[in-house]
Design a protein around this ligand. Structure first.
Ligand code: MN
Length: 381
């Protein structure tokens, strides 16, 4: 039996993780559930899964949450400090890091230091502070298992392989809803258009990142840190069918890939059950029904965010942290109608040029950089 702490239990990854707990109650228990502010969903989850602890980030929701669960023996905690503490509880085996954005960094660091296995969905953690996270994971012998579908595919392709024999990582991208749009058309798209992702059901922030291909840029950085390859060896392929979830090309020319229907429950379950595979009733990809699997080069003119991510890694230091902070500001502004779709890339690029460079950032430097970059990005809106 593995006790899980789910950070972001009411979000897309969190609720699908609980689908797996529900399917395998003899293997997994929802020991701690943490949410940002979706209180009704959290109450419902607490009643169904009977966790030891529930935690809500938004302090104003503490009283209503406590009152709603007053008849249960569950501990109710509140705030960012509590979330950083809950992940270290001795009974917890696995921390599912599925919070959105920069907020996931601190609890993930705490969980690694406490020696918990990390099922990592929060890619921003590796974008912001990949070096610190990887050094800590080595130091504390903490496995970091990818939940992101592409990285799960790469991870599955690497089972039994030596990482020194990787020639290239082939990272697939759906291309999002604007794959075939002209620059002119992209100028006037709205958040509602961008939220119509062709293949995946996800939260709002990542769906916008997916439409702008910032998500793919982040995933290039994520792959670098998870698999120890330079970003130059990570090649993005636009594959609109989302069946090949990614692949690895080895030094002898062999390519190994993982294929399947687009369904996040498979990579989540694999991260929890690794090295085992568990039976599932998830939809199967019917290879006979697939007329064609196509692969195209990404267009960096229409999707400059992908180029900005490579540039951030080339410049190194705190610049990937700047990239993330500026993107969080631009992404929210676009969703709120305060900036245009293409303007997001301009804001990110300009913030990267204006922020102070730190070559060897500490955790405190990242905290400062995040704050400073958000201020610069806000001033550009
Ligand atoms: Mn992904």
């Amino acid at each position: 039996m593995k006790n899980l702490c789910i950070l972001g239990s009411t979000g897309s990854i969190g609720t699908q993780t609980l689908d797996i707990v529900r399917a395998y109650p003899d293997r997994y228990s929802a020991y701690a559930l943490c949410a940002h502010r979706s209180i009704d969903k959290l109450i419902e989850q607490a009643r169904e899964f009977q966790p030891e602890v529930v935690c809500i980030a938004d302090e104003s929701l503490y009283e209503p949450l406590k009152n709603a669960l007053a008849d249960m023996p569950v501990k109710v905690w509140v705030g960012a400090d509590a979330i950083a503490e809950v992940v270290t509880m001795p009974s917890i085996d696995v921390v599912v890091a599925s919070m959105v954005g920069y907020a996931g960094l601190r609890p993930t660091i705490e969980a690694i230091q406490a020696g918990k296995t990390i099922a990592l969905a929060n890619k921003e953690t590796l974008v912001v502070a990949g070096e610190i996270i990887c050094d800590l994971a080595v130091k504390h012998h903490t496995p970091i298992l990818p939940v992101d579908s592409e990285h799960s595919a790469i991870f599955q392709s690497l089972v039994g392989e030596d990482r020194s024999e990787i020639e290239k990582i082939l990272l697939t991208a759906s291309g999002g809803p604007f794959r075939t749009f002209s620059l002119e058309q992209m100028r006037s798209v709205t958040a509602a258009d961008a939220l119509k992702h062709p293949n995946w059901q996800m939260g709002a922030k990542i769906t916008i990142d997916s439409a702008s291909m910032m998500n793919k840029g982040f995933e290039v950085i994520e792959a670098k840190w998870l698999f120890g390859v330079p970003v130059e060896k990570v090649q993005v392929l636009v594959h609109p069918q989302s069946i090949v979830h990614s692949a690895v090309q080895f030094t002898d020319g062999a390519i190994k890939a993982q294929l399947g229907a687009p369904d996040m429950r498979l990579p989540i379950q694999y991260a929890l059950s690794f090295p085992e595979r568990l039976k599932s009733d998830f939809p199967r990809a019917d290879l006979f029904a697939l007329k064609d699997l196509t692969f195209e080069e990404p267009d960096l003119k229409r999707f400059p965010n992908l180029g900005l991510a490579y540039e951030a890694m080339r410049r190194g230091g705190n610049i990937p942290c700047v990239l993330n902070a500026a993107n969080e500001v631009a992404n929210l502004a676009f969703r709120e109608g305060r900036c245009g779709f293409l303007q997001m890339s301009d804001i990110i690029s300009e913030t990267m040029n204006k922020a102070a460079f730190i070559a060897k950032p500490t955790y405190e430097n990242y905290v400062e950089t995040d704050k400073e970059a958000r201020k610069i990005a806000e001033s550009l809106l």
